[in-house]
Design a binder for this molecule. Sequence first.
Ligand SMILES: NC(=O)c1ccc[n+]([C@@H]2O[C@H](COP(=O)([O-])OP(=O)(O)OC[C@H]3O[C@@H](n4cnc5c(N)ncnc54)[C@H](O)[C@@H]3O)[C@@H](O)[C@H]2O)c1
Length: 289
Amino acid sequence: MTNAPVVTPPGADVKKVAQPLDPAIREHLTPTLKKFTLTDRVAIVTGGGRGLGYNMAQGLAEAGIKGVAILDLLKDDGEQAARELSEQTGVDVRFYPVDITNDVAVQRTVQDIVNHYGRLDILINSAGIADSNMPAETYDLSKFKNLININLVGNFAVAQAVAREMIRTKTHGSIINIASMSGSVVNYPQEQNCYNASKAAVIMMTKSLAAEWAKYGIRVNAISPGYMDTALNRVPELDAQKKMWTDRTPQGRLGDVDELNNLAVMLASDASTFMTGSNIIIDGGYTLW
Ligand SMILES: NC(=O)c1ccc[n+]([C@@H]2O[C@H](COP(=O)([O-])OP(=O)(O)OC[C@H]3O[C@@H](n4cnc5c(N)ncnc54)[C@H](O)[C@@H]3O)[C@@H](O)[C@H]2O)c1
């Protein structure tokens, strides 16, 4: 382990200001670029109170979406996120304080969202937690169960509630699960078997749901980020390890918080209509070595 300073990309973890898409400009886009826009669509972003979820919500707003519902446990962050994003873009952004492990609350919330917006097209499942530096032989089983309950069961509960609505209304929607490169490789040096297992399960769940729901026109894909510079990784215990992470990343840095946005927009939009069951890794090349 080393105490060398962390390499941080310029602009990391800084809240950027989102800009609205001028509808007049959309009309002048080429057919290829127009497919990336989200006019009239409505999205749910879980874990959108901060971090990658909030940034992807900004990306959806910049692609011209009609409405975004942010679901998060963190009430203050969620309220602030919704307020700021609607002020910045004019998009109808609402915050719903909900724990994704509470399936009854999730179903009620999805219903409220549909009642308010009148439709539901996109889900980004970004809510999740991480447990790091937890050797398997001493891992507390209650912690293990809690993490699986959030990262896997909770995300399934939201996907199920959303898909039921899409099936009922015959909406050809898009579900995007935020997995992790940890679902494909074992991180080093920190021991985090439960997190890795949860994300491998998210990737397989994504593929299974994609196969099951293709008949309804619902697409399900996963994004697997490498190390991103968010609050999840800004815990003192991880500081010494970050230098090792960047040394093992060919691009030599952590990902900036908005570096999933463009792929999220593509997967949410008609720019990816023949993509389903894919797991796309965005990791600065970490999994190459
Ligand atoms: N940051 C990274 O390096 C990285 C890398 C790979 C994957 N990911 C994944 O990306 C996703 C977002 O991570 P982030 O870095 O933005 O983390 P973050 O902690 O900044 O944001 C996660 C959000 O999820 C919310 N959340 C957690 N449990 C919840 C629950 N039960 N119900 C509702 N909301 C809940 C939190 O309140 C928080 O706002 C996570 O699934 C994470 O595993 C992150």
